[in-house]
Write a protein that binds this ligand. Structure first.
Ligand code: DLL
Length: 435
């Protein structure tokens, strides 16, 4: 049974009616309150009253990360700051941070989305949960905290880092659920193995992962090493954080909280809307947020939507596991390559650890990819001949599956820095003008 039966199992037609009503309100709200939208709507020749069907959303202009940066910090805020009760922000590694202001009601909406997410992952009020997402400007820590608190769980806000202490707390407090990025979950699993703590013998049974792309192979790895079900949360700062979409016991795609978010897929080059089922860039319009609503926000995440009857009973539209971000897409020998494709192939090779890095270099005019992956200790110790053999095997595996030639370097165990949050998978060593 879902947390919110009314919305999570709403018949599609009824949901679409609900969405249209909310879309009209949102478009009307932003065109009155936010000068940026006033201007872009005018330029596009569109008024709130032109929205008569859900398809009309395609008439609205996109919002992009740069628009948020240009209006930093509160230029896109529709309410006075006295009505803002919280501000989060994205890390801003590639420019000014992006801010996410919330009214009290926006926070309640977020909490509702997170409760649905956690409930669907199997989290229950009686559980002791350890929240290893960063608590601070990042939305992960607070989003999960709010959801689990509302659910009535016993919440342990460890935040990220201090991995040994995470493991001690997990043991001492009888933690049953862990919230962490997939790469940090793996870091915890590895450290526990080093400390000879058998996670499988602890009460831990669920990990809720998100905040970065991860493959099904990575999910299997986490489930196997930790003896857990690894469930998923998807979201982004611009839309209020995690809880935008979540998976269910079917573990086959993420249900979108459709009463709060309207999803579209567009062609990542022409930006034309694509029909359900086609792969492209994911676009979201928030439907109920008041402080900083988003109109057709370009997430840069590549995935596809699926409208289908789910075995869990939810009618909510699904998005497939995100393949990656357009930002992280590499073009190697003319082939589009997402790090996740390499990840799934590496995880099929038994001689290596699930720790890797992709280094992009320029050779003449061509991009070259060096895949650095950690060897299992016994393989590394077996010497050069064995290492060469495994490198050759991985190169052939990648060529056979993706049709691209890459260089593979088997590196020693622990060579790759361990993640405590979002893993850094791609190192771009190309001269700036070629990126
Ligand atoms: O990562 C929010 C979040 C926190 C989601 C905790 C889930 C759990 P940002 O830092 O703004 O927000 O990064 C958003 O992270 O556009 C995706 O590229 C990526 N991302 C988030 N969740 C997933 C996921 C948070 N489940 C960006 N799978 C998004 C793949 C994800 N990528």
């Amino acid at each position: 049974m879902p947390w919110n039966d009314q919305f999570e199992r709403m018949p599609v037609e009824e949901m679409e009616k609900f969405q249209l009503e909310k879309l009209k309100n949102t478009v009307d709200w932003v065109s009155k309150k936010i000068p940026f939208y006033k201007k872009t709507f005018k330029e596009a020749g569109i008024k709130a009253s032109d929205i008569k069907s859900l398809e009309d959303v395609a008439k609205l202009p996109f919002t992009q990360k740069n628009d948020l940066r240009d209006n930093y910090p509160f230029g896109l805020c529709a309410v006075p700051l006295k009505d803002v009760v919280r501000v989060h922000a994205s890390s801003g590694t590639t420019g000014k941070p992006v801010t996410g202001p919330y009214t009290a009601d926006d926070l309640d909406q977020w909490t509702e989305c997170m409760v649905r997410n956690l409930w669907s992952a199997g989290v229950r009020p009686e559980h002791v949960v350890q929240n290893a997402y960063g608590h601070g400007l990042f939305t992960g820590g607070f989003g999960f905290h709010q959801g689990a608190t509302k659910l009535g769980c016993t919440v342990v806000p460890t935040s990220s880092g201090l991995t040994e202490r995470q493991i001690t707390i997990m043991k001492d407090f009888g933690v049953e659920v862990l919230f962490a990025t997939p790469s940090y979950a793996l870091t915890i699993a590895e450290r526990a193995e080093e400390l000879k703590v058998d996670l499988k013998s602890l009460p831990l049974k669920i990990v809720v992962c998100g905040a970065e792309p991860w493959t099904i192979q990575m999910r299997d790895e986490i489930e196997e090493r930790m003896g857990v079900k690894a469930m998923e949360a998807y979201g982004l700062t611009e839309l209020g954080g995690p809880g935008v979409a979540f998976d269910c016991e079917a573990q086959d795609g993420l249900h979108i909280n459709e009463d709060y978010y309207l999803a579209e897929i567009v062609d990542p080059i022409t930006f034309e809307p694509l029909p359900i089922g086609e792969k492209g860039e994911l676009i979201f319009t928030s439907l109920q947020r008041k402080a900083m609503p988003m109109i057709r926000y370009r997430t840069k995440d590549i995935t596809r939507l699926r409208r289908e009857k789910c075995s869990c009973g939810r009618t909510l539209l699904k998005l497939e596991k995100v393949y990656g971000r357009t930002d992280d897409m590499l073009i190697i020998s003319g082939v589009n390559v997402f790090p996740s494709q390499i990840e799934s192939l590496l995880l099929e090779v038994e001689e290596v650890e699930p720790q890797y890095r992709l280094v992009v270099r320029k050779k003449g005019y061509l991009d070259q990819l060096l895949v650095q992956v950690e060897a299992k200790k016994e393989i590394y110790d077996a010497g050069d001949k064995k290492r060469l053999e495994v490198e050759g095997k991985i190169m052939a595996h990648i060529r056979g599956n993706m049709g691209i030639s890459v260089e593979v370097s088997l590196v020693e165990p622990k060579f790759i820095a361990r993640s405590e949050g979002k893993a850094l998978r791609v190192v771009d060593e190309r001269p700036k003008q070629f990126r």
